[in-house]
Ligand binder design. Structure first.
Ligand code: AMP
Length: 393
């Protein structure tokens, strides 16, 4: 069976087509600058890569070209070979606790939740509509970033704010990267042959979050009402006392929206280093002894350690700590710096084993009290697996 995994952004559409028997990616790619001048697409299959300009007025244009290309490149012989389409959806509110088949109500709900994810949900809705137009008979499933975190207890997802804000406006912690954390939990459970695990999953990429998982269910997570909260990130601040907002608004004569945009786009590694949001640049800067890079790297380490330590206590220990996403999978130094601070808990790395990139590997020392693993994430495959499961039901 073949399943397509889709991630639609406001001006982009990312896709992967999986052969589900082998979990192999048959073709993947990206349509960019949809509705903007200079639109283009990239398609990768086998050892080939196509990069072309094309007029993409809207998402429907991108979907039409994508499907034409799949036939033209002989990746499939007919569109009927696509057994299902899975869409990544950032926000499912409190209502969606798992992946579901797309119905008119589900699509409308996703649009209604735009209030909570204004940059993402309207784009996801456009992606769904574009596929419905061209492939009206193909079953479609939606997979929510927030769904995995819906098992958190109220004590963990509520903010100590006026309760009626929760009741009237759904102000609470939702958590994000849920599809990635769920994939990590599944993968490490398969690897260790156990479901009854206490896992601390560290998704450290340009965006980052740490999640506490017990018996496959989320107990707590570091992101909040939006993906701004939690650990320090590439351009996002992570946790900050919100009194800073009105204070700087007055000092700089900016609106709340402008300050929030600075929190999202000009903070984190970029804000502290003052030159880059990319952890590779920061690590290079550290090697050259650049003070702001050393500071940024240390702040990042401490912010991750703070959450791991909190969740270690909340879970009553940890069987395994997993590192994933760009930094987690690839940065030997970041993992070393983080785990070094966990020595007080008896957690210890095998420095040689830690010298690994992008590969499922055990990196803890024999005597470590918790296992430590690098687990490459695969959100696209998780979306395809959910889709297959629901289509088959
Ligand atoms: P992601 O959002 O998961 O794509 O992760 C992006 C982040 O991963 C960026 O900060 C990259 O600098 C970082 N990253 C990717 N490869 C490496 C690497 N080899 N060493 C350190 N950081 C890396």
């Amino acid at each position: 069976m073949k399943i397509m995994s889709i991630n639609a952004g406001s001006s982009s559409l990312k896709f992967s087509l999986f052969e589900m028997n082998t979990k192999e990616v048959l073709v993947s790619g990206l349509f960019e600058r949809i509705g903007i001048e200079g639109s283009m697409y990239t398609i990768k299959y086998q050892e080939f890569k196509i990069k072309e300009e094309a007029e993409l007025k809207d998402h429907a244009d991108a979907v039409r070209i994508l499907l034409e290309k799949l036939i033209e490149l002989k990746i499939i012989d007919s569109l009927e070979e696509i057994d299902g389409i899975g869409h990544r959806i950032v926000h499912g509110g409190s209502e969606y606790t798992e992946s579901v088949m797309v119905t008119n109500k589900v699509a409308d709900d996703i649009l209604k939740l735009s209030d909570l994810a204004p940059l993402h949900n309207p784009a996801h809705y456009l992606g769904i509509k574009a596929f419905q137009e061209v492939l009206p008979k193909t079953p479609m499933v939606v997979v929510f970033d927030t769904a995995f975190h819906q098992t958190m207890e109220k004590e963990n997802y509520l903010y100590a704010l006026p309760y009626e804000w929760y009741e009237k406006y759904a102000v609470r912690k939702y958590g994000f990267h849920g599809t990635s954390h769920r994939y990590i939990a599944k993968k490490i459970s398969e690897e260790l042959g156990r479901d009854d695990l206490k896992i601390i999953s560290c998704h450290l990429g340009n965006g980052g979050s740490v999640t506490a998982i017990k018996d496959g269910k989320c107990v707590n997570t570091s992101m909040g009402f939006t993906p701004l909260a939690g650990i320090m990130m590439g351009t996002r601040a992570g946790d900050v006392d919100c009194s800073v907002i009105p204070y700087v608004m007055e000092k700089e004569g900016k609106s709340a929206g402008e300050i929030l945009s600075d929190f999202n786009k000009k903070s984190g590694f970029l804000g502290i280093s003052q030159f880059s949001s990319d952890s590779r640049d920061i690590e290079d800067g550290c090697k050259e002894g650049k003070e702001n890079c050393l500071l940024a790297q240390e702040m990042f380490t401490r912010s991750v350690v703070k959450y791991i330590a909190q969740y270690y206590v909340e879970l009553g220990g940890a069987d395994v700590i997993c590192f994933t996403a760009g930094i987690g999978e690839n940065s030997v130094d970041a993992r070393r710096d983080i785990v070094e601070r966990l020595g007080v808990l008896g957690i210890k790395l095998d420095l040689e084993a830690n010298n690994v990139r992008g590969k499922l590997s055990k990196i803890s020392a024999k005597e470590s009290s918790s296992l430590v693993y690098v687990v490459p994430t695969n959100e696209e495959l998780m979306i395809a697996l959910d889709t297959l499961d629901i289509v088959n039901r």
